[in-house]
Design a protein around this ligand. Structure first.
Ligand code: ADP
Ligand code: MG
Length: 573
């Protein structure tokens, strides 16, 4: 037995904190991402003592992002531990982001004395955390009594993974953590949650309606979303796509669910298929802003939608869904594959021919862009060097954040395996990079290549220390064009302050990792980049490559300039 401040004297007495750890362990929690302090330090210590890996971060948001990444990859809730008030709030952005993206995670936070909080008497780090968390997560609970620990943990786990996955907040009061309890009595109350994520089987009627509609299509299209990737129904999805010959379009984090070089991939003909498809199957993808809400100039005005989603509330969120299929993707795809015996569904050869023609034209344009080497480098020749190295690897995770760095990388770097691409997601958020990279490396033990714009990297850059401390096989690549979007925008006042979008033009992010003993590379040409990336990956050591990119390269807001009021106003005038 360890001795610590909260450890009671008597052998069979323990405290709430130890029981919480026991309950987590019993439910298969093997890793906690977090940042300790009052009142949860001993919780982390004890978790480590009993064999749960504790990965300590420099900022709670990154710890939360790591937990969310773990949740997406494993289909089990990732756990993030935070201290009260400010630590809780720092983690909350990640919890909200996980909820928005449908990643299962649980943020467990210590909180100060309820009696003082409720009378607002001014406690150390006083904040009514559970009520603040509620609108930002799928569910929020507080455990007040040690006797309720098993129930509290069970509720949190189920809420995170059942139905549409999401973020759950679990509040642990100081009183609960410190409560002296009888160890044997408490342990009798603990249990393992049975089937935390039960199958949700779609009705046969909804499956028939969908397959009938699909059978009537001339130009069918399947859109794969990250819900389909998350579902781990890879084989049935592949069987259905290949047997029907329907072209597919992967959303960003669904890239690799079907390999990007698959002949039925329509990724390089995105505009063409959206404007010509007559029946579209949304497979774990929402018809949100990332798909132009399913209407407007990019879409065939007569397109009909089939949607497979675990959450019946999702249907009709933007336009009519003629064939909603409510169920988990695994169960729905089983029914779809079985349905192929009944319905004859086969994509038209002429449809695929048209797509292939469009793909060929776009591929040619892309190769020309990639081949245009400039000095300093532009985004595309940088990405060609990265692509040529990464295309030889398959077993790695790609993390990607930024504006141009995100959009261009998504278009150039192929993925070949499911759930291996983690990026800005539904919110298009910056700051997920290092958290996702560390979460993926810790969870899988695999190589991670983490590609960040220089601005995006700044949000979580200090986690380079975390990745070095844990000796993780992560290669961070910073696309350094010295600014947000680009580095050469003027200060409109004519003054000497840098413009709002300007960062340091000669910043050397490689020096950051040097401080922590990782491998540093600074490159200015494609050949140097090829060499550095090859070496960095082969070494399996924490490494960072600063790639100097032309400050004048980059579009304001990347590919979503249409959402930027500045651009919209400019175009209107
Ligand atoms: P993308 O951004 O890739 O289009 P979204 O996150 O917008 O993906 O959509 C994912 C959808 O998948 C959500 O509507 C979510 O409810 C759904 N989903 C998540 N997990 C599952 C699952 N196991 N089965 C079915 N649908 C799921
Ligand atoms: Mg930049």
């Amino acid at each position: 037995m360890v001795t610590n401040q909260t450890q009671p004297q008597t052998q069979n007495l323990t405290d709430g904190m130890h029981i919480v750890v026991d309950a987590l362990k019993r439910n298969g929690v093997d890793t906690i991402f977090g940042l300790v302090g009052i009142p949860v330090t001993d919780l982390a210590r004890h978790a480590q003592e009993v064999g749960i890996r504790f990965v300590g971060f420099r900022h709670e948001q990154s710890a939360g992002n790591a937990a969310a990444a773990a949740g997406f990859i494993t289909k089990k809730p990732g756990i993030c531990l935070t201290v009260s008030a400010p630590g809780f709030l720092n983690g909350l952005t990640a919890l909200a982001n996980a909820t928005t993206n449908g990643f299962p995670m649980i943020q467990i936070s210590g909180s100060s004395d309820r009696a003082i909080i409720d009378l607002q008497q001014g406690d150390y780090e006083e904040l009514d955390q559970m009520n603040i968390a509620k609108p930002f997560c799928k569910a929020a609970y507080r455990i007040n009594k040690p006797q309720d620990i098993a129930t509290g943990i069970a509720r949190a786990i189920r809420a995170a993974v059942t139905g549409r996955p999401g973020g759950v907040y679990l509040d642990l009061t100081t009183a609960l953590l410190a409560a002296a309890v009888d160890k044997d009595e408490m342990e009798k109350t603990l249990y393992t949650v049975v089937d935390p994520n039960p199958a949700i089987i779609p009705s046969q009627e909804s499956v028939d309606r969908a397959l009938q509609l699909l059978a009537s299509a001339k130009n069918p299209l399947i859109i794969l979303g990250k819900g389909a990737a998350y579902a781990q129904a890879d084989d049935d999805i592949k069987t259905f796509i290949e047997k029907t010959g329907i072209p597919f379009l992967p959303m960003s984090m669904a890239k690799g669910l079907m390999p990007d070089d698959h002949p039925q991939s329509a990724a390089a003909a995105r505009g063409y298929v959206m404007s010509n498809a007559d029946v579209v199957v949304l497979m774990g993808a929402r018809l949100n802003w990332l798909l132009g809400h399913g209407k407007g100039k990019h879409w065939n005005p007569n397109v009909k939608f089939i949607q497979l989603d675990i959450d019946g509330m999702e249907f009709d969120s933007n336009r009519q869904i003629l064939a909603p299929v409510a169920g988990d993707i695994g169960s729905s795809m089983k029914a779809f594959v079985a349905g192929l015996a009944k319905y004859s569904i086969k994509a038209d050869a002429a449809w695929m021919d048209g797509i292939n023609k469009d793909k060929a034209v776009n591929a040619q344009k892309m190769e020309a862009r990639l081949a245009n080497v400039t000095e300093p480098m532009n985004f595309y020749c940088t990405l060609k060097a990265v692509r040529d190295v990464l295309d030889k690897q398959r077993d790695y995770y790609l993390v990607n954040e930024g504006a141009n760095t995100l959009d261009d990388t998504r278009n150039v770097i192929n993925m070949y395996e499911p759930r291996k691409r983690l990026d800005c997601g539904t919110w298009g958020v910056m700051g997920i990079g290092m958290g996702y990279a560390i979460g993926a490396a810790v969870t899988t033990g695999k190589q991670v290549v983490s590609i960040h714009g220089d601005s995006a990297f700044g949000f979580s850059g200090m986690e380079v220390e975390t990745m070095c401390r844990f000796k993780l096989p992560i290669t961070v690549v910073v696309f350094n064009n010295g600014g947000i979007y680009k580095g050469d925008s003027p200060n409109l006042s004519g003054g000497t302050d840098p413009s709002p979008t300007t960062l340091m033009p000669d910043a050397r992010y490689d020096k950051v990792i040097e401080a922590f003993g990782g491998d540093a590379y600074y490159v200015t040409t494609p050949a140097e980049l090829t060499d550095a990336l090859t070496k960095a990956i082969a070494s399996k050591k924490p490494s960072l490559i600063d790639v100097k990119i032309d400050p004048s390269d980059g579009l304001e807001s990347g590919h979503i300039g249409n959402l930027n009021p500045a651009t919209v106003i400019k175009e209107a005038h």
